[in-house]
Design a protein around this ligand. Structure first.
Ligand code: NAP
Ligand code: MG
Length: 401
């Protein structure tokens, strides 16, 4: 059998720990035997980030801007313990944060639905996609501990030197304070990414903030979305038979619970962080959640929503068997390959991505799965496989197809 050709390379961002092990298994068993795989490789493993003073992370993001499609393995975001463990020169920033800041995108996360793994919420029949604004707010905040009585003000100094200020609080005890920001261009591109993705996937779009309390900050998000929708998207949405609606975040949460699913829920940065974890576990497992960063310039970066699965990695290092779920990482590859196929006009590549996804789902529905899924499935007579054998089982399904 001849291998499927690729025209343009994918930007490949390798990562850390157990997901780095999965990465290699997936390439060796599920991709390289079938595709003439072309990638531009960037090693975002923590050791190499440290060696390059994190330059490799920046280079991988610039390469993504150049080529248009990247696939990323989970990476360690260093904390004090990691600085010691890896003897780091400094506490390097989150690679995802660095990449998102360069690409200025929106992250779309959607659960992978499999028969036999039923959502906790019984009325959810279709996936709910979270669109998370990937810039600013609490993730770019400045914070201060207030040692005792005194006042805190926010001061804006314009370029001409004129100032405007507002009192945050007059403290009569010790306390804490936080200043955060966002940018109109970033909110505008967030809105456009959401509207475009809704049209792309023919799903309605919901957006919610706390604008009743945050009358300037959150209200600006609401206004920008509405202005862009009315001016640029209303007619297209009508033609596609989908809708956009805004509501208060409390109301959105209540409605999401009662919904059937099948829509996109746009969230501010923090809401998206928290709600995507809730949705993924309610839909089954963090290991069954796909994630793609879409930039306003039409650049895509695919990854799994979970981390490096550190606990499993230490078992693996100790020579113990692991049963780590590779599905979200496989879907990161298939998402990237499909998009590459669409952009390059190579339908065989896109068709291969579809087939690999089908083979993955069919393997699980056929009763072969990793331990995390075996614990929650309603299927009977399940075979729990270790990491490597599960990937081999998917390969067998794929070859049979
Ligand atoms: P994690 O890697 O997502 O794992 C947390 C737990 O969730 C695991 O211990 C495991 O539970 C379960 N789990 C997650 N993915 C799984 C999979 N594929 N198969 C089976 N079980 C899975 O989160 P973490 O342990 O908090 O973080 C580890 C590292 O990942 C940290 O250094 C963090 O910085 C990094 N991180 C990276 C990203 C990213 O690159 N996108 C995202 C989040 C975290 P059991 O142990 O109970 O089996
Ligand atoms: Mg989170």
């Amino acid at each position: 059998m001849s291998k499927i050709e690729m025209k343009t390379p994918l930007v490949e961002m390798d990562g850390d720990e157990m997901t780095r092990i999965l990465w290699k298994y997936i390439k060796d068993e599920l991709l390289i035997p079938f595709i003439d795989l072309k990638t531009e490789y960037y090693d975002l493993g923590l050791e190499h980030r440290n060696e390059t003073d994190d330059k490799v992370t920046f280079d991988s993001a610039y390469a993504t801007q150049k080529y248009g499609v990247a696939v990323k393995c989970a990476t360690i975001t260093p904390n004090a313990a990691r600085v010691e463990e890896y003897n780091l020169k400094e506490m390097w920033k989150s690679p995802n944060g660095t990449i998102r800041a360069i690409l200025d995108g929106t992250v779309f996360r959607a659960p992978i639905i499999v028969k036999g793994i039923e959502p906790c919420v019984k009325n959810w029949k279709a996936p709910i996609t979270i669109a998370r604004h990937a810039y600013g707010d609490v993730y770019k905040a400045s914070e201060m501990k207030i040692p005792g009585p005194g006042k805190v003000e926010l001061v804006y100094t314009a370029e001409d030197g004129s100032t405007e200020s507002v009192l945050v609080h007059k403290f009569d005890s010790a306390g804490i304070v936080q200043g955060m920001h966002n940018l109109e261009p970033s909110i505008e591109s967030f809105a456009r990414s959401c509207f475009n993705y809704a049209l792309d996937t023919k799903q309605s779009l919901w957006f919610a903030t706390k604008d009743t309390i945050s009358k300037k900050y959150d209200h600006t998000f609401k206004d920008i979305f509405q202005e862009i929708f009315d001016a640029e998207y209303k007619e297209k949405f009508d033609a596609a038979g989908i809708e956009y609606f805004y509501t208060l975040i409390d109301d959105a949460v209540a409605r999401v619970m009662k919904s059937k699913g099948g829509f996109i829920w746009a969230c501010k940065n923090y809401d998206g962080d928290v709600m995507s974890d809730m949705l993924s576990s309610a839909f089954g497992s963090l290991a069954m959640m796909t994630s793609v960063l879409v930039s306003p310039s039409g650049v895509y970066e695919y990854e799994a929503a979970h981390g490096t699965v550190q606990r499993h990695y230490y078992k693996h290092l100790a020579g113990e068997e692991t049963s780590t779920n590779p599905v979200a990482t496989i879907f990161a590859w298939t998402g990237a390959l499909r998009k590459r196929g669409e952009l390059d006009g190579t339908p065989e590549l896109a068709a291969f991505a579809d087939k690999l996804e089908k083979a993955t789902i069919a393997t699980i529905e056929g009763g072969q799965m990793t331990k995390d899924l075996a614990l929650i499935t309603e299927l009977e007579n399940v075979t729990v496989l270790n990491t490597e054998n599960f990937i081999k089982a998917i390969r067998a399904t794929l070859e049979a197809m």
